[in-house]
Design a binder for this molecule. Structure first.
Ligand SMILES: C[S@@+](CC[C@H](N)C(=O)[O-])C[C@H]1O[C@@H](n2cnc3c(N)ncnc32)[C@H](O)[C@@H]1O
Length: 381
C-alpha cells in the first residue's frame, strides 16, 4: 500500500502501528470502491421508485435524498464504518507521533536555510472560532492545537494521516492539488511568469511545494492558522530542499502589503472556513494582489452539474466529519461573492478540473483513483 515519500520529519510507524495504518488504508479502499457504490444501487432500486410513486416526481436535490437515505440501514452501516475508519486513522498515526514527540522538534531545523525560506510563528495568534468550535475532519485538537511553543505534532499527524485519508490518491508527497493548480495555471496563462506567490491555508506545505517547482525564480509564501503546521511545514520543506516563507497568519487579514502578489491561491481551504471568513478572504486576496495578478482557489465540488444523489454523498464530510461549512459553501454563488469582494465582473470565472494525477492516468490508459471535477475559482485583479 505504502508509497509515501520518506523524509526525516515523517514519523516512522513501528510494526504494530504500521499494521493498524495499513488496515485503515485498506478499509477505506474497500469502503470507497466496493461498499459506497452499493448505496447508489439501493437508492435507484428501492428509494427513488418509492419516492416517485408517493410524490409523482423524483427527489429534487441532495437535501431530499438525505432525508430518505439517512433512514436506510445499509447507508447507516456504511456511514458509521466510514466515520469509524476516520477515527481509527487518526488513532493509528497519533500513537507513532506521541512516541516520537520529543524527537520531532529536535530533528526540525527552524532556521532559514536560504534567503527565500523562513518560519514565523505568532505567539499571540487568535485561532478563528470556525477552527476551535469543532475538530475539522475529526483530527484530535484540530489543526491548531499546540502543547508548547516547540510542538509541531499537529503537522506530523496531518502529514501521515492525509496519505491514508486519501488512500494514497494524492501522490507520494500528497501534492496532487498543488500540481493540479500549477498545471491549470500554466495551461491557461502560458505567457505569465509570476514572481511572488502566496498559498493560503498551506498546512504542512503539500500543495505549496509544486509552486516552487513550477516557478523556480519566484518567491513562494505559505500561511496557515496552525502554528504546529507552519513549523512542521518549514522543517519538511528544508529536508525536501524547497525554499518557502512560511508564517502563521489568518488569511482573512494578513500582514502583507497591498498590491504585492502575482498569484494568491489556496487548495481545499475555503470549505473549512465560514460564510464571513469566505467573504473576508476574497477581499484580502483582492487587496494583496498586484493589478493583473491572479487569485486561484481550488476547492471541493460544488453542486454545479451534479445529480442529487452524488451531491448528497459529497455532503457526507459535512455531516459526519466536521466539515460544517461545506453545506453552505456549496450553495453559495462564488462568482457573485468574488465580484462583491472587488474583482471586475468580467474578470471572474468558475471552471472545473480533474486532478493532475487523474489526467495523467487517463493519458496513460490507466484507471484513475478519483474521477472528480474540482471547482477552480479564478479572478484577475
Ligand atoms: C484541508 S487543509 C488543506 C491544506 C493544504 N492547502 C493542502 O492542499 O494540503 C486546510 C488548511 O487551511 C487552513 N486554514 C483554514 N482557515 C484558514 C484561515 N482563515 N487562514 C489561514 N489558514 C486557514 C487550516 O489550518 C488547514 O491547514
Amino acid at each position: 500500500m505504502d508509497t509515501q515519500t520518506r523524509h526525516p520529519m515523517l514519523v516512522e510507524a513501528n510494526h504494530d502501528e504500521n499494521v493498524r495504518q495499513q488496515f485503515v488504508h485498506n478499509l477505506r479502499l474497500v469502503l470507497a470502491k466496493d461498499i459506497s457504490p452499493v448505496n447508489h444501487k439501493i437508492y435507484e432500486k428501492i428509494h427513488k421508485p418509492a419516492f416517485l410513486k408517493e410524490n409523482k416526481r423524483e427527489p429534487e436535490n441532495r437535501h431530499e435524498v438525505r432525508k430518505i437515505m439517512t433512514n436506510d440501514p445499509f447507508y447507516r452501516l456504511y456511514s458509521a464504518t466510514q466515520r469509524a475508519s476516520q477515527e481509527m486513522m487518526w488513532d493509528s498515526v497519533i500513537d507513532s507521533v506521541e512516541r516520537e514527540y520529543d524527537n520531532l522538534h529536535q530533528k526540525a531545523d527552524l532556521s532559514p536555510k536560504t534567503k527565500e525560506s523562513s518560519c514565523k510563528v505568532n505567539k499571540n495568534f487568535v485561532t478563528p472560532n470556525y477552527h476551535t468550535a469543532a475538530d475539522i475532519h475529526l483530527q484530535p485538537g484540530g489543526y491548531h492545537w499546540e502543547k508548547n511553543e516547540n510542538d509541531m505534532s499537529a503537522g506530523a499527524i496531518y502529514d501521515r494521516s492525509v496519505f491514508i485519508y486519501a488512500i494514497g490518491g494524492l501522490g507520494n508527497l500528497n501534492d496532487d492539488f498543488g500540481k493540479t493548480l500549477t498545471n491549470y495555471y500554466k495551461e491557461n496563462y502560458p505567457k505569465k511568469s509570476p514572481k511572488k506567490i502566496l498559498d493560503m491555508g498551506c498546512a504542512v506545505g503539500h500543495s505549496t511545494l509544486p509552486w516552487v517547482d513550477a516557478f523556480t525564480d519566484a518567491q513562494v509564501y505559505g500561511i496557515d492558522c496552525g502554528g504546529g503546521m507552519i513549523k512542521y511545514a518549514h522543517a519538511r520543506a528544508n529536508y525536501l530542499k524547497k525554499s518557502i516563507h512560511f508564517s502563521q497568519q489568518n488569511a482573512e487579514k494578513t500582514n502583507f502589503n497591498s498590491n504585492s502578489f502575482d498569484i494568491v491561491c489556496s487548495h481545499i481551504m475555503l470549505h473549512e472556513t465560514s460564510t464571513s471568513a469566505f467573504k473576508n478572504i476574497l477581499k484580502e486576496c483582492f487587496r494583496i494582489l498586484k493589478p493583473g495578478g491572479l487569485m486561484l482557489h481550488l476547492d471541493v465540488p460544488n453542486t454545479d452539474g451534479m445529480d442529487a444523489f452524488t451531491s448528497f454523498m459529497t455532503d457526507w464530510e459535512a455531516y459526519n466529519n466536521n466539515e460544517t461549512f461545506l453545506v453552505t459553501l456549496r450553495d453559495m454563488d462564488w462568482v457573485k461573492e468574488t465580484v462583491d469582494a472587488g474583482f471586475g465582473h468580467n474578470k471572474v470565472q468558475l471552471s472545473r478540473t480533474e486532478t493532475f494525477l487523474t489526467q495523467q492516468a487517463i493519458k496513460n490508459g490507466q484507471q484513475p483513483t478519483f474521477r472528480t471535477k474540482f471547482p477552480v475559482l479564478v479572478a484577475e485583479k
